[in-house]
Design a protein around this ligand. Structure first.
Ligand code: SAM
Ligand code: SF4
Length: 316
């Protein structure tokens, strides 16, 4: 399935809940959010049906996200039900409980968000004293044989002093780590992200170390090899180096809205179609039509037409 700009859409990010057991300051508003009613959230059978239709349109890879995906009851069985390659992005707090079962259900890989290795800073940033559990979760996923990547959002004055330490941790544990530029969505606007080039320069990574072109992971990250190890440091730079012209992804919110761009509210309400008895052909045409109007690029900083959903409601 191609969009109106000729981009091949191959990848779905699927939020399975808008609930979370952490409250990261740059993602969840201090006052919290008004949660969806249980009846408004797509059931596993509804998700399975939509994913099956999307598979027929060429979407073979998907990532479960949230809120926190492991907070959704039964999420392991959802992994098992889905007819495509399933990955997950999690805060890691509950991974140690579910790692083995997720592996058995066929989870292909997990990205764990890790912004700090300092317990007090973790508590300050997330509102919860859970760093220990996150680190246990990371170990458990690796022990279960699930490929692990670490994600960090560097924020000035918050965790910018820890970049080297986080890279060391990743190298010692044999994981890739990716630094993601902060996007000014909701409460993130109150914080200042750090451009990738600043970190690349600080770490002394030079183009001569031949960054892979990002295709290696079929995603937007540009990778550099970590010296003295087989691991890599990746950079996802939506602010300083927009990658919209190669954007191959769409998003489905927990209440079934198909979102075609992270910034804008463009898309279509698939739950409405599902629950009004639409057949698969009708739903397929609605997806194709929404994808046809996928915006050509984001324009963070210019808010006109922006979605009012918070990151915790979108899933990153
Ligand atoms: N709860 C899970 C987690 O934390 O990994 C999944 C959902 S979370 C919204 C997905 C990813 O989005 C996390 O890696 C988080 O750090 C990232 N994120 C949240 N707000 C962001 C922002 N404003 N800019 C860039 N990344 C953000
Ligand atoms: Fe933090 Fe993820 Fe929860 Fe957002 S959804 S508050 S990034 S743990």
């Amino acid at each position: 399935m191609t969009d109106g700009c000729g981009r091949e859409i191959e990848y779905l990010r699927l939020s399975v809940t808008d609930k979370c057991n952490l409250r990261c300051k740059y993602c969840m508003p201090e006052e919290g959010i008004r949660h969806l009613l249980h009846t408004d959230v797509l059931s596993f059978e509804e998700i399975q049906r939509l994913v099956g239709i999307m598979k027929g349109l060429g979407i073979g890879k998907m990532r479960l996200t949230g809120g926190e995906p492991l907070v959704r009851k039964g999420v392991v069985s959802l992994v098992d039900m889905l007819p495509c390659d399933v990955y997950m992005t999690t805060n890691g707090c509950m991974l140690s409980e579910y790692a083995r079962a997720l592996k058995e259900a066929g989870l292909r890989g997990v990205n764990v968000s890790l912004d700090t290795l300092d317990a007090a800073r973790f508590k300050e940033l997330t509102g919860r004293d859970e760093l220990g559990r996150v680190l246990e979760g990371i170990d458990a996923a690796a022990d279960a044989g699930i490929p692990v990547k670490l994600n960090c959002v560097p924020i000035r004055g918050v965790n910018d002093g820890e970049i080297e330490e986080l890279c060391d941790f990743a190298r010692r544990s044999s994981f890739d780590i990716r630094f993601i530029e902060l996007m000014p969505i909701g409460c993130a606007s109150a914080h200042t992200g750090i451009p990738s080039d600043e970190i690349i320069e600080r770490l002394g990574l030079t183009p001569s170390e031949s960054p892979s072109d990002g295709r290696l992971s079929s995603g937007p990250a540009k990778y550099y090899r970590q010296e003295g190890s087989g691991t890599r440091i990746g950079f996802i730079s939506p602010m300083s180096q927009k990658f919209c012209d190669t954007c191959n992804r769409i998003r489905l919110t927990a209440d079934g809205f198909l979102k075609t761009c992270l910034q804008y509210s463009n898309g279509t309400d698939l739950r409405l179609l599902l629950r009004s008895g639409a057949d698969n052909d009708t739903i397929r045409r609605a997806i194709e039509s929404a994808v046809g109007y996928k915006p050509p690029a984001h324009s963070f900083g210019n808010d006109s037409g922006s979605d009012t959903r918070r990151m915790v409601q979108i899933g990153g």
